[in-house]
Write a new protein. Structure first.
Length: 123
């Protein structure tokens, strides 16, 4: 039985630049920084029981192509969306309600990948 997502890994042509985006613009805390073989940078952001990992990969193109999207749960979606707007993070979809789920807003990171903020409805 699968019980949760352990981690999400984003490969980037410039992991340092992308990690700086998540640190400086989104406000995530770097919990691990390392170098893999071949001089490839690795950055981890601890998110409760899960991890967002950003890793250099020279095979990755400069920008995202919309195949990957992940969600970060927040307590106050309006407040967090305003914070990202103030940091000049590109919003690609306004806050909207999904019945029986909650609220979602979609942004684009420095590599062109999509990520969402979600506010899950109270039970």
């Amino acid at each position: 039985m699968i019980s949760k997502i352990e981690s999400v890994t984003i490969y980037s042509a410039d992991a340092k630049k992308l990690a700086d985006f998540y640190k400086e613009k989104v406000g995530l805390e770097v919990t691990m920084e390392a170098e893999m073989g071949g001089g490839l940078d690795v950055f981890e952001f601890g998110l409760g029981e899960s991890v967002l990992r950003v890793i250099d990969n020279p095979k990755v193109k400069e920008s995202g192509d919309g195949r990957v999207i992940f969600s970060l749960e927040v307590d106050d979606i309006e407040k967090e969306a305003e914070k990202l707007a103030g940091a000049e993070v590109k919003k690609t979809e306004d806050v909207h309600h999904i019945e029986e789920y909650g609220y979602v807003v979609t942004f684009e990171d420095a590599d062109g990948n999509s990520f969402q903020l979600v506010q899950i409805r109270a039970n």
